[in-house]
Design a protein around this ligand. Structure first.
Ligand SMILES: [Fe+2]
Ligand SMILES: [Fe+2]
Length: 289
């Protein structure tokens, strides 16, 4: 492993200490179940006539269920990360690499435990954490050969897509979102910044050995992965609407899917990631729901 790579791993591991356990750090007693859990502008129906007609209590409930759906998808994705990182431990080639991966496993475990705690404290739950997950993303996440370009593309896209929503909640939720939820997002974003720095670096190393035709071959997979992750994290499932009192859920989900404001929101969130991939030579399409 190159010296620059080792020193980045060392730097990232140093920044992971001391470990901040979200279960201990957050004051769970302050959770407000009457407050918004997403800024209204981050709700999937925001900007539609139908949203304007909803009662305030319904909007708040919808924001809470949408956030719950978002973190539930996070449980699925983080389980894949922990699974892959753990299986990779025995292939690490230096103490620095091993330490970095152990930090990442501990941090992802902390995030997932924090999500479960929120569900317990808030009393909001959606059926089936492992259900309706996007097949290609799930399969590649679990089985793409480790340390290949395809693997690092899947990791980078998987880390970046949900991170952008956490960042939005953190920066735009000042006066609307329950402070505990914002704090959750802040803790998450801080850890993810390190994971993303590592994934981006690993992707770059791998791309240095990837030919132009191989990139062309990978482009449809990249587009598919983006679409699947975007749908998973930005388009709530039907039960989110139904539990918020909006029936039938399928109809409300279609309103969100065709909501131009939602498309613009997603585009703005994901532009930095799309530009990164385009800069690496992938002809990436704008995400659609
Ligand atoms: Fe995480
Ligand atoms: Fe992560």
């Amino acid at each position: 492993m190159a010296y620059a790579e080792l020193s980045l791993l060392e730097q990232l591991a140093t920044n992971s200490s001391p470990y901040h356990d979200p279960l201990q750090r957050l004051n769970w007693e302050t959770l407000d179940t009457k407050a918004y859990w997403l800024p209204p502008t981050a709700i999937s129906l925001f900007g539609t006539r139908e949203y304007d007609e909803l009662a305030e209590t319904t909007r708040i409930r919808l924001s809470q269920y949408e956030f719950t759906g978002f973190i539930q998808a996070g449980l699925w994705l983080e389980a894949i990360f922990v699974e892959r990182l753990s299986r990779n431990l025995k292939h690490t080639q230096s103490a620095q690499e091993l330490a970095y991966y152990l930090h990442e496993i501990r941090e992802e475990s902390g995030h997932s435990l924090m999500f479960l705690k929120l569900m317990e404290k808030g009393g909001l739950r959606l059926p089936g954490v492992w259900r309706n997950r996007p097949r290609t993303a799930d399969f590649l996440g679990r089985h793409a050969p480790i340390n290949t370009t395809l693997f690092w593309l899947a990791v980078t896209i998987g880390e970046e897509v949900p991170d952008k929503l956490n960042r939005y909640i953190r920066t735009h939720g000042n006066d609307s979102v329950d402070p505990l939820i914002r704090q959750m997002c802040t803790l998450h974003v801080i850890d993810e910044a390190r994971h993303i720095a590592h994934a981006r670096n690993a992707l770059e190393q791998s791309l240095a050995r990837t030919s132009a035709w191989h990139k062309k071959l990978l482009t449809p997979v990249v587009n598919l992965l983006i679409r699947q992750f975007v749908t998973t994290f930005y388009l709530p499932q039907t039960d989110v609407y139904e539990l918020s009192g909006l029936n039938p859920g399928r109809q409300w989900r279609e309103i969100a899917r065709h909501n131009p404001a939602r498309r613009e929101f997603i585009q703005a969130c994901l532009n930095p990631s799309l530009n990164l991939l385009r800069g690496h030579g992938f002809a990436v399409k704008d995400p659609a729901l």
